[in-house]
Design a protein around this ligand. Structure first.
Ligand SMILES: [Zn+2]
Length: 99
């Protein structure tokens, strides 16, 4: 997790400007307590989604078939679709965690 905010950063939740860093302590990652809380809840949801997607990808790898939504496109396409979604979720997780 980066601690790179030195002022001029934006809140990853509402995109408002972050308050200036305090003289002592870590620079703020979110603009407010409410946004920090929203981020915590979003991080939890993303983690749950990632666990589900990783389980789906493992299922396709182990059984060579899909269990649901990507069925008509076959296992190869299903795995590619799942991996794309995993990458998207991880990117958002980094955005929320690393301002
Ligand atoms: Zn905010």
């Amino acid at each position: 997790m980066g601690e790179t905010s030195t002022g001029g950063g934006i809140c990853p939740v509402c995109l408002a400007a972050l308050p200036p860093a305090p003289a002592v302590g870590r620079p703020p990652r979110y603009c407010s307590t409410a946004c920090r809380r929203v981020a915590e809840l979003e991080i939890r949801r993303i983690n749950e989604r990632l666990a589900d997607l990783e389980a789906r990808a493992a299922h396709v790898r182990m059984h060579g078939k899909t269990s649901c939504f990507a069925k008509p496109h076959g296992p190869g396409a299903a795995l590619a679709t799942i991996n794309q979604e995993i990458a998207r979720q991880r990117a958002r997780l980094r955005e929320v965690l690393d301002t």
